[in-house]
Design a binder for this molecule. Structure first.
Ligand SMILES: Nc1nc2c(ncn2[C@@H]2O[C@H](COP(=O)(O)OP(=O)(O)OP(=O)(O)O)[C@@H](O)[C@H]2O)c(=O)[nH]1
Ligand SMILES: [Mg+2]
Length: 239
């Protein structure tokens, strides 16, 4: 079978386009290898980071800067991933937490920690933080998956994850109403990096987001956080 010159030109353009797209996808993917640990102050982020890294508990204090490092994920001595994973623990202090967005360009997954025993009292702050994360354009564009880890499940006052999910969805729904009506009166340069969350005219649900959201309970204190490690391994290995 003979090809005409124009067929060859089209084929060459197509092959070049496919190769450059594949190269870009692989390149983007290899840069996004970090898991960031976010959440309000006192939720247990540094406790988790230290337990993952050293396997033991230490007395923590409110963090004023990020902790970061490569960690070998293991379950009872068995490696969960082929290579160590890069984690960043971002302080929850109100004046520092906005720095999470600096790490989004290298983020493969987000672990958002909640203190299940105080989440009703802190629901507005938790929802505000989650809103900022979920409406971040890069989080949306790259469909960055998020694990909401309901920590301190050992506390008698801890709520179950199903209950926390409903409380958060309701609060995010209210917050969306407030924020979107405020946006109507603002300059577009301020609102450029903010997207509408979920579906218009429907009560907000996590399942409406394009990025996958999982909610699980854990207790870093009692070493019950295998779910976090396996989630990270699954996301990292693309399973
Ligand atoms: N009961 C209980 N306490 C926990 C658990 N995980 C962490 N804590 C305690 O919660 C407190 C705060 O933990 P940190 O890890 O310092 O909290 P953080 O999220 O890093 O806080 P910032 O650095 O201020 O953002 C510490 O006293 C921990 O011992 C848990 O699973 N159960
Ligand atoms: Mg800390």
């Amino acid at each position: 079978m003979e090809f005409s010159t124009s067929t060859w030109v089209i084929l060459t353009i197509l092959v070049t386009a496919i190769i450059s797209i594949a190269f870009k996808v692989l390149n983007d993917r290899s840069k996004k290898n970090t898991f960031i640990i976010l959440g309000l102050s006192d939720s247990g982020k540094t406790s988790l980071f230290i337990k993952l890294r050293y396997g033991e508990q230490v007395q923590t204090h409110t963090s004023m800067k990020e902790n970061e490092g490569y960690i070998k994920l293991e379950d009872d001595g068995d490696p969960l991933t082929k290579v160590p994973i890069h984690f960043v623990d971002v302080p929850g202090h109100e004046k520092l937490r906005f720095r999470f967005s600096d790490f989004i360009p290298i983020t493969r997954g987000i672990i958002f920690i909640i203190d299940s025993s105080t989440c009703v009292k802190n629901v507005r702050s938790i929802a505000e933080y989650l809103y900022d994360i979920f409406s971040n354009k890069d989080v949306i564009k790259h469909h960055i998956p998020t694990l909401i880890a309901c920590n301190k499940s050992d506390m008698i006052t801890a709520l179950p994850p199903e209950r926390i999910q409903t409380i958060l969805e309701n609060e995010l729904n209210q917050l969306r109403n407030t924020r979107t009506s405020a946006l109507d009166h603002q300059d577009t340069s301020i609102t450029d990096n903010v997207e509408f969350l979920g579906y218009e005219n429907e009560i907000f649900k996590f399942e409406h987001l394009e990025n996958e959201i999982r909610i699980e309970k854990c207790s870093v204190d009692k070493n019950e956080f295998k779910g976090i490690k396996t989630w990270v391994a699954e996301v990292y290995e693309g399973r």
